[in-house]
Design a binder for this molecule. Structure first.
Ligand SMILES: [Zn+2]
Length: 322
């Protein structure tokens, strides 16, 4: 991946302002994949093996899933906040014809954070493969694909006024900020977790270095219970951190000392990516999860005074070109 100066159609050079990282000249145009890439794996909840292809898509498509095992209207599911149909264990999107795709959040986080605005995701089952439980494999796939810049400006939304949701000791909020910032706090009454906080300004490099490898986690007793209920069928030590009696069961231990909160931040990035635009604002989550993250987007978009489409379209930071 390299940063290159870019001249737009008028021959003007777009430069990332220092407040947005200033890692080099870049631009605020949409990007897609330079070529198709594919992977296979099991769904953490369904336990079913699925094949998935990430393909280029034209400007202003956004991220769209195509269920290749379904027909007609059920095939196409747009990855948008208003298509979220279930948030109990993961984020599930669906259409009016019964087509659904579950556990989209880790893939959405990788696409969004790496600067992919448009992609067609072909998948032959109802759940995105969990791979190692993080976004690491998806980031690797995007590296393999390379990115191609497109003509249309990137969609950026400015947060103009605070929006928050408070529910049973949990809280999520968005407030105005100069750059996309995420702060997450978690508090578990369990030895390896306890209280953890992570704060970051999102950029492709920060996501790759600090967040992308953080895995999902669960408690042994709950996993057992979920499996008996027919859920978490694909869950294992290969794709989740499992905690039992205050101890991490995975032989190799943790990838980061505070891997748990980093994963919650990864989830939040993926869930908020369903806004279909970069949110230039500060997301804060305390004990947040998929349900609250989606409720926050619904609250935001129901308040026309709280946001507007940015005029400068800045959030460049990513200038990899195939
Ligand atoms: Zn997750």
């Amino acid at each position: 991946m390299s940063y290159e100066p870019f001249l737009d159609d008028q021959g003007l050079k777009n430069t990332v302002p220092p407040a947005l990282g200033g890692a080099g000249e870049t631009f605020a145009l949409q990007q897609t994949l330079a070529r198709e890439v594919a992977c296979s794996g099991v769904g953490v909840h369904s336990g079913q093996t699925v094949h998935m292809r990430l393909c280029p898509a034209s400007e202003n498509t956004g991220i769209v899933f195509i269920r290749t095992d379904l027909v007609n209207g059920a095939r196409t599911v747009n990855a948008r906040w208003d298509n979220v149909v279930d948030t109990r264990l993961c984020t599930v999107i669906g259409n009016d014809h019964g087509g659904r795709v579950a556990t989209v959040e880790h893939l959405m986080a990788a696409l969004f954070a790496c600067g992919v605005d448009n992609a067609r995701i072909e998948i032959d089952g109802g759940e995105v493969p969990v791979m190692d439980g993080s976004a690491d494999v998806f980031v690797g796939l995007l590296d393999e694909a390379g990115l191609a810049r497109q003509k249309a400006p990137r969609r950026v939304i400015d947060i103009l006024a605070p929006v928050d949701i408070v529910c049973e000791g949990r809280r999520v909020s968005l407030s105005p900020a100069a750059e996309p910032r995420y702060s997450v706090t978690i508090d578990f009454d369990s030895a390896p977790i306890k209280r953890q906080r992570y704060d970051m300004v999102l950029s492709p490099d920060a996501f790759r270095d600090e967040i992308s490898r953080a895995r999902t986690f669960g408690f042994f007793e709950q996993v057992d219970q979920l499996k008996k209920m027919g859920l978490a069928q694909g869950g294992s030590l290969e794709n989740s951190i499992i905690i039992k009696d205050g101890r991490v069961l995975n032989e190799d231990g943790l990838r980061y000392e505070d891997e748990f909160v980093r994963h919650k931040l990864l989830d939040a990035i993926g869930d908020l990516a369903l806004a279909g635009a970069v949110l230039r604002g500060h997301f804060e989550g305390a004990c947040c999860g998929h349900a609250l993250n989606n409720r926050l987007l619904r609250a935001l978009f129901s308040k026309p005074d709280a946001w507007r489409i940015a005029e400068d379209g800045f959030w460049g930071l990513h200038a990899a070109v195939a």
